[in-house]
Design a protein around this ligand. Structure first.
Ligand SMILES: NC(=O)c1ccc[n+]([C@@H]2O[C@H](COP(=O)([O-])OP(=O)(O)OC[C@H]3O[C@@H](n4cnc5c(N)ncnc54)[C@H](O)[C@@H]3O)[C@@H](O)[C@H]2O)c1
Length: 353
């Protein structure tokens, strides 16, 4: 199948190369000329284990290309939207300008019968809005929402071997066609019996933000326990092990530490709260504000601990901060707790950092 991928960042570039691996012919479109050129010359613009090899392999097949020109997406039966949805400046809500621009750019090539698939993490209601826009401007075109659950550091494996597929499809005469087009896209993944949830747009959009909210809550829960353990002399690692043996709880994501960061969890829980507020359901998610607060307190606590081991003052001390990315096996520094701690330390007057 000929497929286009609009937005070739951490998600889109891996998705594009993986689709080639699944047997398709793919063009990746990105407005960033340097990124697009690097990808086209088999140079990964970011660090992601296994991606460089996958990129080289996919390009060598002759079925993968990159461009800044959206007209190169003409003739694709499926167009994936994989652009960023960062937090708005000074607000909790998601900035949808890139999704909007990408969706509008597709109007130059989109034909009836072709399917636009959203992969970006978006506030609930976005897919319905885009479907309405396409319905008016390109009658007969199709829209689905297919959230992505890859983890940076495991992006290649997660894309080629996802633990589930979620298709958000509107009711109607075209629903079966859309589902079978997506099944064709994910052929080998569907064939090996990967769980598939076919649902409406709103549920598909919410699955992603609900999943990230749950994960963030789990991390902040154990970090709140860490605060109590500090106050009582209890051992948070043993506590995590002991509660983790309960398979209703599970041990994963129960590691107390510096908390979460990166380009997804922090902005996704904030965007979820903002959207709940717009929908008049803000009370349902007020707990996420506390999840966010606990998380941000970890960074402050880390600086306090550093000051304590420096006899109460960092003035004139030499301080080294090891690590800059938000997690291991990634070069992603978006909302990195490490950089936040480094910046706070710097303000406390060490002689060098
Ligand atoms: N990174 C992850 O681990 C991950 C996992 C799941 C979901 N997501 C979601 O996927 C989306 C993308 O995330 P990302 O980490 O890949 O972001 P990113 O910033 O790495 O990539 C986005 C890319 O889109 C490009 N772009 C912006 N506007 C464009 C346009 N109009 N046309 C073409 N390209 C355009 C940018 O140049 C950039 O290369 C976000 O909504 C994110 O929440 C990310």
């Amino acid at each position: 199948m000929r497929i286009s991928v609009i937005g070739c960042g951490y998600l889109g570039a891996v998705h594009a190369a993986s689709l080639v691996e699944l047997g398709h012919e793919v063009v990746g479109i990105d407005v960033d000329e340097r990124k697009s050129a690097a990808l086209g010359h088999a140079r990964s613009p970011f660090y992601e284990p296994g991606f460089q090899d996958l990129l080289e392999h996919s390009l060598a097949s002759g079925r993968l290309s990159f461009s800044t020109d959206v007209t190169q997406a003409a003739g694709a039966r499926v167009h994936f939207i994989c652009v960023g949805t960062p937090q708005k400046h000074g607000e909790y809500g998601a900035d949808l300008q890139f999704v909007q621009a990408a969706a509008e750019s597709l109007l130059r090539v989109l034909e009836p019968g072709e399917l636009v698939v959203g992969k970006s993490t978006v506030p609930v209601g976005t897919a319905a809005g885009l479907a309405q826009m396409y319905g008016e401007k390109v009658p007969g075109s199709l829209v689905a929402w297919n959230p992505e659950f890859l983890r940076e550091g495991f992006a290649v494996r997660d894309t080629l071997h996802p633990d589930r597929l979620v298709y958000g499809i509107a009711d109607g005469a075209e629903a079966a066609t859309i589902e079978s087009m997506l099944d064709e896209v994910y052929g080998p993944i569907v064939a090996r019996g990967t769980p598939k949830v076919v649902t409406d747009y709103a549920t598909a959009e919410m699955v992603k933000t609900a999943a990230n909210s749950f994960l963030a809550t789990k991390i902040s829960f154990i970090n709140a326990m860490a605060e109590l353990c500090e106050a009582t002399g209890a051992d948070v690692k043993q506590l995590a092990d002991a509660i983790g043996y309960d398979d209703r709880i599970g041990r994963k994501f129960l590691n107390a530490g510096l908390g979460f960061g990166g380009g997804c969890l922090p902005k996704d829980i904030r965007a979820f709260m903002a959207r709940a507020g717009e929908l008049g359901a803000d009370q349902a998610l007020t707990f996420l504000r506390e999840v966010d607060n606990i998380n941000m307190r970890r960074r402050i606590r880390m600086v306090e601990l550093a000051r304590e081991v420096c006899d109460g003052s960092l003035l004139g001390k030499r301080v080294a901060v090891l690590g800059a990315a938000f997690k291991p096996d990634s070069d992603d520094i978006r909302d990195s707790p490490a950089l936040n701690v480094a910046a706070q330390l710097q303000l406390q007057g060490p002689s060098s950092g």
